[in-house]
Design a binder for this molecule. Structure first.
Ligand code: ADP
Length: 218
């Protein structure tokens, strides 16, 4: 991916962490906050940091907000400011607006006014923690839909030193192995003859219930 231009509005914990990660990945990142202290604190981790009230159209215009590839609205508790900011961004024609919602109603409103992607950091993180507690062998997962996940699962001892063909995960557990992570190396589309060693992880795709059964094998 080439260099993209991002703006992060609201330099609290969430916004700063998004901005810092993007900047570390070599992207152009402008950090924006109404609070001067927050802007100063963020200066080291973004390309530019500016003080602005993003509920004011002129402020957004003078930043040239339309030129950004994506704008992340990370304003937290001040729901009114978050909504107004997103509304203005969409009115000004920003293509991709990503907004953080603190509650379901906040999220519904953001959706109504045209936010392109709504994030619920606390709800999602809570779900992840619960998921990880319920399935300790699952190291990572991606939710594809309500029913399907991709999960990175630590292989149970009883299944080690066998080939994928012998394990026959597809027939026995209704799951497809898309990769193996072995010693930090990733083997994509592994062959049926591939031997699974102790400590390896399988990246599998399938129904959540089937994944739960598989990740709880001993
Ligand atoms: P977190 O929970 O991620 O730390 P906060 O609610 O503490 O989030 O941070 C939100 C940030 O958004 C604050 O730094 C606040 O100053 C900023 N903010 C709030 N309203 C505006 C606004 N109208 N324009 C720009 N920044 C704003």
């Amino acid at each position: 991916m080439g260099k993209q231009l991002y703006a992060v509005i609201g330099l609290g914990r969430f916004g700063t962490s998004v901005a810092e990660r993007l900047y570390d990945a070599g992207q152009e990142v402008m950090g924006i906050d109404i609070n001067e202290e927050r802007v100063q604190d963020a200066e080291m981790v973004v390309t530019h940091a500016v003080v602005a009230d993003t509920t004011e159209e002129e402020a957004l215009m003078s930043i040239g907000i339309r030129n950004f590839d994506a704008v992340i609205v990370a304003i937290g508790n001040d729901m009114q400011s978050s909504i107004l900011t997103v509304l203005l961004l969409k009115e000004l024609g920003v293509k991709k607006v990503i907004a953080k919602a603190l509650s379901k109603n906040h999220g519904l409103l953001l959706d109504k006014i045209g936010a392109d992607w709504i994030i619920y950091p606390e709800r999602d993180m809570g779900e992840r923690v619960a998921h990880q507690l319920l399935s300790p062998n699952v190291l990572n997962f991606i939710e594809l839909s309500k029913e399907y996940n991709i999960e990175e699962i630590r292989i149970p001892l009883s299944m080690t030193e066998k080939s994928l063909r012998e394990l026959d995960v597809r027939a026995k557990y209704n799951l497809s192995v898309i990769a193996i992570v072995s010693d930090g190396e990733i083997i994509v589309s592994p062959s049926p003859e591939q031997i699974i060693h102790k400590g390896d992880m399988l990246v599998v795709i399938g129904n959540r219930e089937d994944l739960t059964v598989f990740s709880n094998l001993k």
